[in-house]
Design a protein around this ligand. Structure first.
Ligand SMILES: Nc1ncnc2c1ncn2[C@@H]1O[C@H](COP(=O)(O)OP(=O)(O)OP(=O)(O)O)[C@@H](O)[C@H]1O
Ligand SMILES: [Mg+2]
Length: 241
């Protein structure tokens, strides 16, 4: 057995909840919700970490306006640098934001290595931004992180709903803890996702025209409808307590 697997549990010992933001489908707002949820939690004095596991499409640094990439400090492992109160690890730390194409086994190895070497401090929450698809990354973190929970993102689109529904069914079959489903980029008169995901529906985040202009600017992000809505998703926080 790979000796790093045992180390992963130890490295996450001081982390309260590990929440992966996924959904299976691409472009539905996973990175947006992962980044802004981390920001909202840090802004309300929670100890929070953010781990971007989208190696080919890392986006959380763009959303949070982080561009001073450097190899994290080392001390018996690597210490996640802090930005806006968030302990943060992204592949961009190691590649200076250049593309990092990887095949299946390389992805598994990179995830294992990052989880085995990162020294997360005492955290209330570690938020993980997942890549699109139910693929190696999903299967690996399910295997490696015993306390993983999934916050699933969907949109009002029937196409998204159909894909996300299957991802959710798979996670349920595997007995993975589901925090719930957030419907993102809603607009008036698109109510059917609530019925489809009824039992674990957490609420909606509307399509926010101001978001694009706020990306990379923390003050403007904190003022977006997305953040304001996220702060008020009581169903979400009830389940996070
Ligand atoms: N609530 C929202 N209002 C307006 N635009 C949004 C909202 N949520 C996400 N977007 C936009 O939708 C696009 C996809 O968002 P994001 O990158 O967060 O999705 P993703 O699911 O992480 O994508 P990928 O699967 O490629 O990782 C981006 O252009 C983002 O700015
Ligand atoms: Mg993304």
């Amino acid at each position: 057995m790979d000796p790093r697997i045992n180390v992963v549990e130890k490295r996450l010992e001081k982390v309260g909840r590990v929440i992966a933001v996924g959904g299976g489908k691409g472009g539905i707002g996973k990175s947006t919700i992962a980044s802004l949820l981390a920001l909202v939690l840090a802004d309300s004095n929670q100890k929070v970490g953010l781990l971007d596991l989208d190696f080919t499409g890392a986006s959380t640094h763009t959303i949070l306006g982080i561009d001073d990439f450097h190899f994290p400090d080392e001390d018996k492992g690597i210490i996640p640098p802090k930005y806006h109160g968030i302990s943060y690890i992204t592949i961009a730390n190691f590649t200076q934001d250049h593309v990092a194409p990887m095949r299946g086994l390389d992805i598994t190895n990179a995830i294992l290595e990052i989880l085995a070497i990162t020294r997360w401090d005492k955290l209330d929450y570690l938020i993980i931004d997942m890549p699109p698809g139910i693929n190696d990354t999903t299967l690996d973190i399910i295997r490696l992180i015993k306390k993983i929970e999934f916050c699933i993102v969907t949109t009002p689109s029937k196409i998204t709903t159909n894909v996300v529904k299957k991802s959710l069914e798979l996670l349920e079959e595997l007995n993975i803890q589901i925090l719930g489903v957030i419907e993102n980029m809603t607009f008036p008169a698109t109510p059917y996702a609530k019925e489809v995901f009824e039992k674990c529906y957490l609420g909606t985040i509307p399509f926010d025209e101001t978001y694009e202009h706020a990306i990379g600017d923390i003050d403007r992000l904190l003022d977006t409808v997305i953040v304001k809505t996220l702060r008020n998703l009581t169903e979400l926080y009830d389940k996070m307590r």
